[in-house]
Design a binder for this molecule. Structure first.
Ligand code: DGL
Length: 215
């Protein structure tokens, strides 16, 4: 007689939503998803070991994301949310192609929202170098360009947020954002880590409208 335990049968049942980022940034996305789908079960994979993704080569990010995907699938995820602008820009297509049965939800900087709601206003897009240089973001920019947009690759900022040293974060923001004070009204937070320092950004830039979908 063969005794098949229910557990071993259940491993075939995919029942969770997997979500990942290069650390804590994706929690800003998770928070919003949980509000919409409170009855789902979630696994959050915080890849702080490989932070930052923003300066890495495409192939390296693909490899990292593939490993995380395999891990989340082993944990019975039915859907995977790439809660990272950089990883979404660089390998959402690759993952969708490779794992055809799995649904991947990807994100992008909320630049279309500027087009829809505040087209006239000068805009600053803050994102990782990887996102700003990506083909995907450049297609978005071309499509919704308001022709008053500054692009700021915030090299090292996600890393500082990950470390959590507020003094360093504030001095980074003062140094890199000061020149935009009074010159921009919209700020697109194109990295999931940045909403975590939104108030510090406002302290430097003054009254601006933030676009990030995850307030
Ligand atoms: N939080 C990620 C993003 O949205 C990545 C930041 C990083 O690791 O550089 O782009």
């Amino acid at each position: 007689m063969v005794d098949i335990k229910l557990e071993s049968v259940n491993t075939l049942n995919k029942n969770k939503i997997g979500i990942f980022d290069s650390g804590i940034g994706g929690v800003t996305v998770l928070k919003e998803i949980v509000k919409l789908l409170p009855n789902e079960e979630y696994i959050y994979y915080s890849d702080s070991k490989n932070n930052p993704y923003g300066d890495k080569k495409d192939d390296e990010i693909k490899l990292i994301c593939e490993k995380i995907t395999n891990h989340l699938l082993e944990k019975n995820c039915k859907i995977i949310v790439i809660a990272c602008n950089t990883a979404s820009a660089k390998c959402a297509n690759y993952l969708r192609e490779k794992y055809r049965d799995i649904m991947f939800v990807a994100i992008e900087p909320a630049y279309k929202m500027v087009y829809d709601y505040a087209y006239e206003n000068p805009t600053l897009v803050m994102a990782t170098k990887g996102t700003i240089e990506s083909e995907r973001f450049n297609l978005l920019l071309k499509k919704y360009d308001n022709h008053k947009t500054y692009l700021l690759p915030c090299v090292g900022l996600a890393n500082l947020i990950e470390e959590g040293d507020n003094e360093k974060i504030v001095s980074y923001l003062q140094e890199n954002l000061r020149k935009y004070k009074g010159n921009v009204k919209n700020v697109v937070l194109g990295c999931t880590h940045y909403p975590l320092v939104q108030s510090q950004i406002r302290d430097v830039l003054g009254e601006v409208t933030f676009f990030n979908r995850c307030v």
